[in-house]
Write a protein that binds this ligand. Structure first.
Ligand code: SF4
Length: 375
């Protein structure tokens, strides 16, 4: 029999849609927004939270504020919201959350804000650095300069943050391998516990995608593979373990929130465009902040794109995400897909060891294609 505690939702994502400027490669639901818009949003989000609390049993182990730029919220608004989530989302036996992550843009940190984040329970910072190269940062439309990143890390440490992730992007237009190497070394010199390194993806309906379509830029797969391979060598040599194909951590500093997603746990998402997966239900909130705020005020649902998931679909997802992880996937998850697994093994892309299936180094180079086989 499944106990009530096992059915509780332990992971919460909060989408904050505001950014100081919208980057030309970004396809998230984001927009500009001043103090009044932020107050309206926080008010609506607190109401969505109260409705969710009535609907689902919650005992949060992880909270993740993403976006958007959650660090753009004023210290007062952030505190009001975060304190409510922490106080009401954790059970007495389970509090406080083990991991509370806040995505932060280097250009938005002040000592006052950092102190407020700490006081409200944030214990992990994910810093959207992307590059330590001034030219690349300009190309990406980022508002910070390379030197702001180290300065922000120092400020965060002064305020007591010891668990810091740095987000980086490679395979950027005009980025040489030497520039990427310099960025990796500069990131390591900030001594983060975790680095996420993703190749740039050209998302539809973005200015970057249009440039690609017009032929102004082109993708270079060989360069991307070389940078990916080099990333693994450099970060591995620095003692960061590739616990997921794009995520590297010192032992014990893996992102618990993201591990929960990749392992197929249930999670609740709040805010415009946030996704939730609970039991056999998945939905996405309306990806429009104005509509989100108005519907909440009218006591209407903000959930759209509802899907009913059967167990087979969730098992496929566990395979797709699990193959990207160092821990791999339990062999029994493959069920009827075992024929595909045999093909991967025959092609030298995956292997099985002690009941777990993992990708080989060659398989990691084509991980997206391999995952796509299980859709
Ligand atoms: S700061 Fe992040 S979320 Fe905001 S527009 Fe840029 S990439 Fe998108």
């Amino acid at each position: 029999m499944t106990g009530i505690l096992e059915r509780m939702i332990r992971h919460l994502y909060v989408h904050v849609p505001f950014c100081a400027k919208v980057c030309p490669y970004c396809a998230f639901h984001v927009h500009l927004g001043g103090g009044a818009a932020q107050r309206e949003f926080v008010k609506a989000l607190r109401m969505e939270w109260q409705r969710a609390r009535e609907e689902f049993p919650l005992a949060l182990k992880t909270i993740y504020f993403g976006g958007g730029t959650p660090s753009i919220l004023s210290a007062e608004l952030f505190t009001e919201l975060a304190e409510e989530l922490v106080a009401e989302g954790t059970s007495s036996s389970d509090s406080p959350p083990q991991e509370f992550t806040l995505e932060v843009n280097p250009a938005t940190v002040t000592p006052k804000k950092a102190a407020a984040w700490r006081a409200a329970g944030v214990n992990r910072i994910s810093l959207g650095a992307q590059s330590f190269d001034a030219e690349m940062l300009r190309l990406l439309g980022r508002q910070h300069a390379p030197e702001d990143i180290a300065g922000t890390c120092a400020l965060l440490r002064e305020q007591g943050f010891t668990n810091i992730n740095i987000d980086l992007m490679f395979a950027l237009p005009g980025q040489s391998e030497a520039k990427w190497e310099a960025t990796l070394q500069a990131a390591l010199s900030c001594e983060p516990n975790h680095i996420s390194a993703y190749a740039l993806t050209y998302e539809e309906d973005t200015p970057f995608f249009e440039k690609l379509q017009r032929g102004e830029w082109r993708q270079d797969e060989a360069r991307e593979i070389a940078m990916f391979t080099h990333t693994r060598e450099v970060l591995g040599a620095a003692g960061l373990i590739d616990y997921e194909i794009s995520n590297f951590a010192r032992p014990g500093f893996e992102s618990r929130h993201n591990l929960a997603y990749w392992r197929g746990a249930d999670y609740l998402g709040l805010g415009p465009s946030a996704c939730s997966t609970i039991d056999a239900m998945r939905w996405r909130n309306v990806p429009n902040t104005k509509a989100y705020v108005e519907r909440i005020a009218r006591n209407e649902s903000v959930r759209e794109e509802r899907e009913v998931l059967d167990e087979a679909t969730r098992a496929k997802e566990r395979i797709m995400f699990g193959l990207r992880m160092r821990e791999g996937v339990a062999l029994e998850e493959f069920g009827k897909d075992v024929t595909r697994l045999k093909e991967l093994e025959a092609d030298g892309l995956a292997f099985e060891e002690a009941g777990r299936v993992r990708l080989t180094s060659r398989g990691q180079l084509v991980a997206d294609g391999v995952a796509g086989m299980f859709v």
